[in-house]
Design a protein around this ligand. Structure first.
Ligand code: URA
Length: 433
């Protein structure tokens, strides 16, 4: 078999065979197929697409390019969630303990933040002592005993994706649906969970800016997840404004604790309840309304909050910070953003707001940057809310005083205020099962 013929077949719009796709993935992972041929292959896929059958084979081949986590000891109870990334998205910190408190076995590997989006691993590292690296044995033992563990991506999982994603990043082939689907789903398949709920974000702070594209991606990911033998569902949720009120690592942990303590009833809680209910319905095979009742009961009874403390403590975190969130160090400098006019917040450019938090030190522009855990933004007024001149719409926090001016400019340019009240938009656009 020759890579040249595989590229030519795809360029001519032919459906590739399993052997051809597997030949490419193995050859590229092993360093036998060079980057220039892999680039040509990705570009051919970008223009000609892939059938569902091809995408399933590509996903499985990428998953099999490295280790596959064996979770068979948990039967059908293993559960994972994945978000396509957003601003203020701390749902994993809330959904995981809720579903673990109801009997699911949550085995989650999370990423770090990059660019305008945050990452769960950074948020967890803001809790003193929390270990984001566990050995395979420790990971499984914690999931057995506590019902959940969240760690950083580790081990030799999907090396094919690591190489291909880096290549796509520099060859203008990231935004190809079969390549995105196989990239995300191969990682989920390799991570081993039987039940997967995907949170596909849609809007100005998301990878998918339009509902149409988010729907195509969500439908494909669900089909491919099922095609790989996993129970898979997806929610398409709004990212046209940040989720919840907090952006920034320890600020987001504090907000997550408040939701689990039943102290907040906001958009964040609504999305978390929907995601957790979907997962519980898959894991325990119960109807959705029953799953939702179980999820709400777990929050209201304090079970989910207790589970969070048990998990943080099992993973080495200082649980006194969860019990008393005032213990989190505060940023040295802050700046209130006050409205200069009366009106409504009509839109929030969420990517820009995420970038404002990066300027403050809450995120990183490139992989090597370090993070200021206490930096970030608290938002008091969101899209659709009435405001009066002088109202506080947000507060910026940082330990780098010189960043405040640029971050304020960025925030002000992102939050549009006008006299006309905008039409409300759904928070959860669609559920795909
Ligand atoms: N996230 C991924 O992991 N892969 C993609 O291709 C796009 C987003």
């Amino acid at each position: 078999m020759r890579m040249y013929d595989i590229i030519e077949n795809k360029r001519n719009g032919k459906e590739l065979t399993g052997e051809e796709i597997e030949f490419f993935i193995k050859g590229y992972t092993d360093g036998i197929i060079p980057d220039y041929q892999a680039s040509a292959f990705c570009m051919a896929v970008y223009f000609k697409g892939m059938t569902e059958k091809e995408t399933v084979i590509l996903t499985k081949a990428m998953a099999n390019s490295g280790d596959i986590v064996d979770l068979s000891m948990f039967g059908n109870l293993s559960a994972d969630k994945h978000s396509t990334g957003g601003v203020g998205d701390k749902t994993s910190l809330i959904v995981a303990p809720i579903v673990a408190s109801l009997g699911a076995k949550v085995t989650k590997m999370s990423g770090r933040g990059l660019g305008h989006t945050g990452g769960t691993v950074d948020k967890l590292e803001s809790i003193p002592g929390y270990k984001t690296t566990l050995s395979g044995k420790e990971f499984i033992s914690q999931v057995k005993n506590v019902g959940m563990a969240i760690i950083g991506q580790s081990g030799n999982l999907t090396p094919a994706d690591k190489k291909l994603y880096a290549l796509r990043d520099v060859t203008a082939t990231v935004d190809s649906i079969p390549l995105i689907v196989s990239s995300i789903m191969s990682k989920k398949i390799a991570a081993g969970s039987h039940n997967i709920v995907l949170d596909v974000k849609c809007g100005s702070g998301a990878f998918m800016k339009t509902l149409e594209n988010a729907e195509i991606l969500a439908n494909e990911m669900v089909k491919i997840g099922k095609g790989c033998g996993r129970n898979t569902a997806a929610l398409i949720t709004d990212m046209d404004m940040p989720l919840g009120s907090a952006i920034g690592n320890s600020l987001e942990v504090i907000e997550a604790v408040k939701v689990l303590k039943g102290e907040l009833d906001n958009d964040l809680k609504e999305v978390c309840v929907a995601l957790a209910s979907e997962l519980i319905s898959l894991v325990l095979s119960v109807p959705h309304n029953e799953a939702q009742k179980m999820v709400n009961d777990s929050i209201d009874s304090g079970k989910a909050y207790e589970k969070m403390k048990e998990w943080i403590s099992a993973q080495g975190g200082d649980v006194s910070f969860i019990e008393n969130t005032e213990k989190f160090p505060k940023a040295e400098y802050s700046c209130d953003i006050l409205s200069e006019i009366d009106g409504y917040i009509t839109s929030m450019d969420t990517e820009k707001i995420g970038l404002a938090s990066v300027i403050l030190g809450a995120g990183r522009e490139c992989k090597e940057d370090s993070i200021d855990f206490s930096a970030g933004i608290m938002i008091y007024k969101k899209t659709g809310e009435k405001i009066y001149k002088g109202d506080k719409i947000a507060t910026l926090f940082t330990n780098n005083k010189s960043s405040l001016e640029d971050a304020e400019k960025m925030y002000r340019s992102a939050a549009c205020i006008s006299a006309v009240k905008p039409e409300p938009k759904p928070l959860i656009y669609k559920v795909i099962r």
